[in-house]
Each structure stands twice: as C-alpha cells, then as structure tokens.
Design a protein around this ligand. Structure first.
Ligand code: RIB
Ligand code: CA
Length: 318
C-alpha cells in the first residue's frame, strides 16, 4: 500500500495499524500539508518510520491547496507540530527533499498490485490524476480515501469534512478521475469511537507510550469540543485501512458522487445523485462506506495493535 497522509495524530494511528497488521505491506508514504505544514508532516512521517522501524521511501507532497488559499493548520487538534506534544523539528534533523514525482517509479514498480490509501487532503493525488491519469488507471488496483460526509454533519462546516473542505478542487478532480475509488466518510469514522480504556489496555500490553500520548491528546480535544460526554475518540484515518482489510464490517452504497468546489457557504460538501432516471449526465460512481459494525471494528483494532508477532518485529527494530 502507498499512503498519502498529513500526520497528524489520527494519521499516526493509521500508520501504527498498517505497520502492525500482518497482511498490510506499506511500500511508500507521501507526506503533505493538512493537519500541519508539509515540512512538519514530512518530519512526523519520518519520525514515525524511525520509531516503528518502517523502511520505505518517503515523498514530499503538496505544500498547499489548488484553491490557492492559505493553508489552515490545526494545532488545536493535532498539536503545535502535528503530533501532540512531540517536537519533531527538534528531533528530526532532515533536509526536506523535492522528490514527489519519484513516486511514479514506485507506482510502476508495483503494477497491478498497489492500493493507494489517502488520509489527508487530496491535492497530491489530484496532481497525479492530472499528470498521470493513464498510469493511475493502468497500474493501481484500488484507491481508498478517508474523505467527505454524506447527509451527516461535517467537521469543519455544517456540511464539509476537513480533507475535502481544505481542497475541494482537488477532491473534485480525484472523484471525477480516480479509478476504483472507495470513500470512507464521517458517516462511519465519526461513529467508530475508540474508548481510552482500550488504549490503556493496549499500552499496558505493548508499552506503546507514544501511541497512548497521541490518542490522549486527540481525545482531550474531542472531549472539550463535544456537547455530549464522549464514549471514546474517533480516529478517522485508521478506518480507511480497516475498510480495506475488513470490508465485511461495513455497508457500502454505490453513488454518483459530487463535490461543491466553488468558494461558497457549502464549499467542500459531498453529495450523491440519487435520482432514478435513465437519462442522467455521465458521472463517476464510487463505493461509499455508510455504516459500520462498531464492535467488530473495535475488536479488530485492539487485536492488531496488541498482536505479539508484530510487537516482536517492532522490538527487533528498536
Ligand atoms: O476529517 C478527518 C480528517 O481530517 C482526518 O484525515 C484528520 O487527520 C484530518 O486531517
Ligand atoms: Ca489525516
């Protein structure tokens, strides 16, 4: 799997899950602006790779949205540098490379076997859609994106989810041009709440102090921001990997999907065309996850992050 991400706390959790899942092979990562700046996201991704012993190419993705607007960062949710209280600029001394288009060689190298997962803004993938559409169609097996909100409240505006809202032009491009797209929206990610007691059990079992601190930071934000008492914290991005590995936990509908890309009150809204008419204009249809089996998701999440075999693998890598 090739991951486009903006770590970001829930992106970090998704990376933990992918790394510890026995059937997921991460082959590369693109880090771009979103929850934090591109530079921070790159350093954070590298820090996670070094901490977990992940040895895959890391590419520097987009620095801002196609709207040309200034990037809106989210230190209040993800911390000053994107990983809670961790100061990665201090910890990771690296020159940020300009290597984005090298990702093409990686996509070619895995022809027919590669799944792309996106857990951030869709800007970098949209660039590939524009420059390398045929390559994506021919070489990539499937694309899964944590993005959007269908008839449920958004998390940036009343209608819009962050990964779409921050670059609706890119989201529209991806939705119109990406082949084999599965969308994992707030409909499912907002409902899958991971209780802190579970994180405490996982930490007790495996000693992932960093994972615990990151999720706690995220939980505290949601607890302060939400009216009703929280049963747990959503961890949006990991759900994209869960959808891939456990499609039976989810209910999908096939929709003709649209994005509001104009700079209006409804910017970033995602909606399906539900008209049952013969003569509709051509539009791409995508799989959208709309419901989830919470108990099954939680059981799998805990099992993967508690798994002994992978823990031993992590220990070997220090
Ligand atoms: O809306 C949730 C998404 O926005 C997640 O990808 C999270 O990391 C934030 O960027
Ligand atoms: Ca993200």
């Amino acid at each position: 799997m090739l991951l486009f991400c903006d770590p970001g706390i829930d992106d970090a959790v998704a990376i933990y899950y992918a790394h510890f899942h026995p059937e997921i092979e991460l082959v590369g990562m693109v880090a771009e602006y979103g929850n934090t700046s591109t530079e921070n996201a790159f350093r954070n991704a590298l820090y996670l790779q070094e901490t977990l012993g992940i040895h895959v190419p890391l590419f520097r993705g987009a620095q801002g949205p196609m709207t040309g607007k200034e990037v809106e960062l989210h230190p209040e949710i993800h911390g000053e540098y994107g990983l809670g209280t961790i100061n990665t600029p201090e910890k990771v001394d690296v020159e940020i490379p300009e290597n984005f288009f090298e990702v093409i060689d990686l996509i070619r190298a895995y022809t027919g076997k590669l799944t792309i997962v996106t857990t951030g803004r869709l800007t970098s993938l949209a660039v590939l859609c524009l420059y390398y559409h045929d390559l994506l169609c021919e070489k990539v097996q499937e694309i899964v994106s944590m993005a959007g909100a269908f008839f449920v409240p958004g998390n940036v505006t009343a209608l819009a989810e962050a990964n779409v809202y921050e670059d609706p032009i890119a989201a529209k491009l991806v939705i119109e041009h990406a082949p084999m797209l599965t969308i994992v929206p707030l409909n499912v990610t907002d409902r899958l709440l991971v209780p802190m007691e579970m994180i405490e059990r996982i930490t007790f079992e495996n000693g992932y102090e960093m994972l615990h601190a990151l999720i706690h930071y995220y939980y505290d934000f949601y607890e302060a921001a939400t009216i009703d008492p929280l049963l747990g914290t959503p961890l949006h991005d990991v759900v994209a990997f869960s959808v891939l590995m456990n499609p039976e936990f989810f209910t999908f509908l096939t929709y003709r999907v649209y994005v509001e890309s104009a700079d209006t009150e409804t910017a970033g809204a995602t909606f399906p065309d539900l008209r049952e008419l013969v003569d509709l204009p051509p539009a791409p249809q995508h799989l959208v996850a709309i419901e989830a089996n919470e108990a099954a998701f939680l059981e799998d999440f805990e099992r993967i992050l508690s798994s002994r075999g992978r823990r031993e693998k992590a220990d070997r890598h220090g």
